[in-house]
Design a protein around this ligand. Structure first.
Ligand SMILES: [Zn+2]
Ligand SMILES: [Zn+2]
Length: 101
């Protein structure tokens, strides 16, 4: 892709949009207004607000919980690290194992 003025302008728009989006995500993290839903999903604030943009296909995927080592199914191809039971009983995030509070 040649660096025309137009190309640079559109690149700059993408770059600025990314910054604006990240700023919004951080504001959402700090306000934590979706706490009820977040806790239902059993995710920490970082995974819920800042890493939410992962594009996952909707194919069922099997994964092994890293705590209880049971095989589980997840509804898309972005499975968590821990099963909901283990995460809930330790009050941690299913994705990264950090405290959800
Ligand atoms: Zn488990
Ligand atoms: Zn997390």
């Amino acid at each position: 892709m040649k660096l025309t003025n137009e190309k640079i302008q559109s690149n700059t728009r993408f770059s600025t949009n990314y910054y604006e989006r990240t700023k919004k995500d951080i504001a959402a993290y700090e306000a934590d207004q979706e706490k009820t839903h977040r806790l239902k999903e059993q995710e920490c604030k970082t995974c819920y607000y800042l890493k939410g943009g992962v594009i996952a296909g909707d194919a069922m995927t099997s994964y092994k919980c890293r705590h209880c080592e049971k095989e589980n199914w997840h509804e898309n191809n972005h499975p968590p690290r821990y099963c909901k039971n283990c995460a809930a009983s330790h009050e941690v995030c299913v994705r990264c194992g950090a405290s959800v509070n």
